[in-house]
Write a protein that binds this ligand. Sequence first.
Ligand SMILES: [Zn+2]
Length: 253
Amino acid sequence: MGSLFITSALLPVPHGFATRSGGVSEGRLASLNLGFTVGDVRERVEENYRRLATAVGAPLGALHTVKQVHGDRVLQAAGGQNTPTLRPQLGDADALFTEQPGEWVGVSTADCVPVLLVDPEGKRVAAVHSGWRGTDADIAARAVEALVARGSRPERLLAAVGPAIQQCCYVVSEEMAKHFATRFGSDVVVARGDEFRLDLSRAVVLTLRRVGVKVAHMDVLQDCTSCDSGRFFSHRRDSGRTGRHINFVLHRF
Ligand SMILES: [Zn+2]
């Protein structure tokens, strides 16, 4: 059994990008499915969350999530509890942050780009879900701006960009390739003959740079969720019938 999650050496607080190892779900959802709306047995998903919380060493009642809608809204999480029960989702958003010690925030993915932000100085942590729509809407920039509005300095922020569908597997239409090349620069698209591949993680990195996050303060994991079926769920690879990962960061400085 592999580890329940992988981490970045850059971040100085507990965090992780969950893999599919170590859970109790079966079949296409085996085994650490953390999505309640993908056809899994609810009790299994709850057990998977309990296992994650045990591995992390934090109460489930202090984990905040959001109802992700591929938009650009950022919410502040507060009021978590030291209980073993999952809280309801905060609301419609694709990024969230907290300033409260002991709390943790997480976003759900299966190919989309997860970003974890840490401000070691102002003591804030954020989680961002950036699919192609959210990337096009600059959700990572909105998250940085939300932290800056609370007093964070962008040049002090640390960012870990997690496992996602990489350009090896992310074939897109010519129209979408052209749109992203116009928005983010030609190096986010690789053209091979009449096939176009999008480097979504790269577009997210460029978004973070534009709002002042330093390149030296970013760790971009290269793991491809579509290539590695042993470790990751992939919405594309599995034609939408797959599980969900949680990508989380704790306010524990
Ligand atoms: Zn791949």
